[in-house]
Design a protein around this ligand. Structure first.
Ligand code: C2E
Ligand code: CA
Ligand code: CA
Length: 277
């Protein structure tokens, strides 16, 4: 048994070394990706539930390595957050999304909201609000068209102090959405303290509606609460007509999901958008 234990230990050490090596390699690759412009943004349209008109788009990052296939954010965002690389990557995302949205406005597209995901690591940076302001000024995007998505976990975990940094941006007209709403354990007091504008119902609650009683009841409760707080409710991960119909009948305002459109490249977004108007 002793010998086995020693073997096991040796095995784990080797495994750990391998994992560490792999992590360092990805970190290095991410640095290069940033320098060499290997990231791209896809845009997923959001539609008003009752009219199906385009009201917004969420910018979602992808990594396109020179000689490899597209890497999904789930495979590199966590490591980017761990290493702090999410700060420069997040800046790039904000700048690219704002500049694209400003360009679409200049081209005469009907105005819509552009949503950008903000990681907690970005939010705790002392100059976060300044960075956003600078990007808005330099890209020429009017602040009211930018929506920052903060995950509910962050809204609870981080000090109110950190969230208070959003207030001056809010005064300028920037919108704030709580992403993955319903997955954290929150006192909900932050909703009014931070003057949140929108709630994005977590995808896990959408998956089984209208079928399962539990999920449907949670969605109903969130929509009702948002209604009395005068918040905009967005459902994401909507894949079927039944889900869409249920959400619309409940009074959910905006819909995002494969049922309408997947996240798509800017050129494709322009085509789709042009056809719909
Ligand atoms: P998220 O912010 O919750 O984004 C929604 C995810 O759901 C996206 O995955 C989107 O492609 C996917 N999705 C949209 N509609 C449907 C649908 O109908 N069905 C299903 N099953 N999925 C749908 P994606 O693009 O792979 O992004 C995954 C996560 O990575 C995001 O989750 C977000 O947390 C993070 N992420 C993506 N881009 C950024 C970014 O620029 N910055 C930061 N900090 N995080 C990002
Ligand atoms: Ca999001
Ligand atoms: Ca989400």
């Amino acid at each position: 048994a002793k010998a086995l234990g020693r073997n096991k230990c040796w095995f784990y050490t080797k495994e750990l070394k391998g994992a560490l090596k792999r992590k360092l390699a990805i970190e290095q690759a991410l640095r290069i990706a940033l320098e060499q412009d290997e990231f791209i943004l896809h845009y997923q349209p959001q539609y008003r539930a009752c009219t199906k008109e385009l009201v917004g788009a969420e910018a979602l990052i992808r990594w396109q390595p020179r000689n490899g296939s597209l890497v999904s954010p789930a495979d590199f965002i966590p490591l980017a957050e761990e290493t702090g690389l999410i700060v420069p990557i997040g800046d790039w995302v904000l700048r690219t999304a704002c500049s694209q949205a400003a360009e679409w406005l200049r081209q005469g597209f009907p105005p819509f909201q552009i949503s950008v995901n903000v990681s907690p690591r970005q939010l705790v940076e002392a100059d976060f609000a300044d960075r956003v302001r600078t990007i808005l000024r330099e890209t020429g995007l009017p602040p009211q068209y930018l929506m920052l998505e903060i995950t509910e976990g962050v809204a609870i975990r981080e000090e109110m102090e950190t969230l208070a940094k959003l207030l001056p941006l809010k005064q300028q007209g920037v919108q704030v959405a709580v992403d993955d709403f319903g997955t954290g354990y929150s006192s909900l007091s932050y909703l009014t303290a931070v003057q949140v504008d929108s709630l994005k119902i977590a995808q896990m609650f959408i998956k089984d509606i209208p079928g399962s009683g539990g999920q449907a009841a949670i969605v109903k409760a969130i929509v009702a609460m948002a209604g009395s707080l005068k918040l905009n409710v967005i459902a994401e991960g909507v894949e079927t007509e039944e889900q869409y119909e249920f959400l619309r009948s409940q009074g959910c305002h905006w819909i995002q999901g494969y049922y309408f459109a997947k996240p798509i490249a800017a050129e494709e977004f322009e085509q789709l958008h042009g056809n719909r108007q």
